[in-house]
Design a protein around this ligand. Structure first.
Ligand SMILES: C[S@@+](CC[C@H](N)C(=O)[O-])C[C@H]1O[C@@H](n2cnc3c(N)ncnc32)[C@H](O)[C@@H]1O
Length: 509
């Protein structure tokens, strides 16, 4: 099998020692299945480990699309003959099997076990593969948006969603290896649909060691029940440490909560967004738009030393500057061609001829930026810019770093420092205000509040949506600094006042 086929079928066989650890864990938890179902059994590691660990199995069914794997799995299972279990290993496509009828006659308790392919439909599209559910099968599916997000979904997610449905209300356990993000989405989907889940657990698995994949992965164990419904999932640091629980996430008020204890402690702090959280500026062409300063000149990302007027240049703080220091200093300069989104850029020619010439020289690269935010906009446009971008003082955080620490950002070289679009910030008029707000959002309570919603293994764990949930006035009340907070809020009689203040104060251009 070549590499493309391996990827297409997510063909990364589970080493037998990992399959044994999974079965040993299930067995320690006291589970004694009558039926074992492996819907993508490959060469049969799980079939073997199940036959080694579980006595009393009456029926064992393995399915795989690859005929060679099926032969290998049959050989593995045959080594256990004679056995009381009926063993069937079949070549079939799990997208096209009539699963309810397959499961109907199976004696309970049922264990659905395995390691479904870790590949997304988008990757399959780029491989021109048809190893996907029929369009009719997934487009007609109720709540498909919940499964697919923006149309992209993992094949293992599709299988997990189906498998949790198969066992709904029965006496059964699902135990599958998958990406952690997929496990979470599958649980979210099942919880939202009110499926009968008695308990859920995620045990961290080192995917790099076992599969050469550097992605957070886990063993997801879901126990179904006829009556009980639990909306919590316990997270364990390792598959070997049965019993040791690191955290609990779950569904509360129809959304995923990363830490149930933190959420229960501080949910009363959710409320109004008193100060607006903003994102930094997006330009998508760092080599042209960002510079290091050398004496009176600026050097761009191509190494060209260029003479530009100061008019459109601002000290820049990137995510790494913000994340790595409590007192961040700008490391670069950014060419900010507009004060508000959509502003006509022709005036640059008149106000800063050298800058205009520079932009013209790199017009080709700038016009090739793929993001739709630049389509039908004035040439050389940036995005995510407004009066707020030029606030003299800010309280900022990086969305990318696994570090819940907010920094005060002040002016530099007589100009407001701007942030890139991986950062979020609050706008402030004075250093006092920024210092006060930074103390609030860096408080232990705020950290615990935000932790309720942050999944640290996400690519961008800290999001605007999470930051906006914290009502800073309620937080100030909790910290007994309500009076000071009100004084700062009084500076902004109307909501719309806040960003407007800065263009008057700073007079950027
Ligand atoms: C990650 S491997 C895991 C194999 C086995 N479960 C294990 O744990 O060792 C995924 C398996 O899914 C199989 N597969 C991929 N697409 C399939 C499909 N449409 N129907 C059935 N099996 C499929 C592949 O052949 C491969 O053996």
């Amino acid at each position: 099998m070549n590499n493309k086929q391996k990827r297409e079928f997510g063909d990364f066989q589970t080493p037998i020692e990992l399959a044994r650890k999974v079965c040993s864990l299930l067995s320690q938890r006291g589970f004694r299945p009558a039926t074992i179902l492996e819907p993508s059994c490959g060469e049969g590691s799980f079939l073997q480990a199940c036959l080694e660990h579980f006595t009393g199995v009456q029926s064992l069914v393995g399915i795989d699309i690859n005929e060679e794997h099926v032969q290998a799995a049959r050989t593995v299972a045959a080594a256990f003959a004679p056995t009381a279990a009926s063993i069937k290993v079949m070549q079939a496509d799990f997208f096209h099997l009539n699963w309810p009828s397959v499961l109907e006659s199976m004696p309970q308790p049922i264990l659905v076990i395995g390691n479904p392919p870790w590949i997304t439909n988008a990757e399959l599209g780029s491989l021109k593969s048809s190893n996907l559910p029929d369009k009719s099968n997934y487009h007609d599916y109720r709540g498909i948006d919940a499964i697919t997000g923006k149309g992209n979904f993992d094949i293992s997610e599709w299988l997990l969603n189906r498998a949790i449905e198969w066992i709904d209300g029965g006496e059964a356990v699902l135990a599958m290896l998958c990406k952690t993000s997929v496990a979470r989405k599958a649980l979210h989907y099942a919880w939202k649909r009110g499926q009968h889940i008695q308990s859920s657990d995620m045990y961290a698995v080192d995917a790099l060691t076992y599969f050469g994949a550097s992605v957070p992965a886990c063993l997801l164990v879901v126990c179904s029940s006829a009556s009980v419904r639990s909306y919590d999932c316990s997270v364990h640091d390792s598959i070997e440490e049965y019993g040791a629980e690191a955290a609990v996430f779950g569904l509360r008020e129809r959304r995923l909560v990363a830490s149930i204890p933190s959420f229960e402690r501080w949910k009363h702090l959710e409320g109004e967004e008193r100060y607006k959280w903003r994102s930094g500026i997006k330009h998508d062409c760092a080599k042209v738009m960002e510079f290091s300063k050398e004496k009176e000149s600026y050097r761009n990302g191509f190494g060209e030393l260029v003479d530009l007027e100061d008019t459109y240049l601002f000290p820049l703080l990137k995510s790494s500057d913000i994340a790595n220091s409590h007192n961040p200093r700008p490391s670069r300069w950014m060419l900010v061609t507009q004060q508000v989104i959509g502003e006509n850029t022709d005036q640059i020619r008149r106000l800063a001829p050298q800058t205009w010439k520079y932009l013209q020289q790199h017009a080709d690269l700038l016009s090739r930026r793929a993001s739709s935010v630049y389509h039908n906009r004035p040439k050389f446009s940036v995005f995510g810019v407004g009066d707020y971008s030029f606030a003299p003082w800010k309280v900022a955080i990086s969305g990318f770093y696994k570090n819940l620490a907010f920094s005060v950002v002040g002016p530099h070289a007589g100009k407001p420092a701007v942030l890139d679009d991986t950062c979020y910030f609050l706008v402030c008029r004075t250093e006092d205000e920024a210092g006060f707000l930074a103390r609030l959002v860096n408080s232990e309570i705020a950290t615990d509040f935000f932790s309720a919603f942050i999944f640290w293994d996400h690519k961008r764990p800290i999001t605007l949506d999470i930051l906006r949930r914290l009502d800073l006035l309620r937080l100030a009340q909790e910290l007994n600094v309500e009076e000071a907070m009100c004084k700062f809020l009084e500076l902004y009689p109307k909501k719309s006042d806040q960003p407007m203040l800065f263009s008057q104060n700073v007079g950027v251009l």
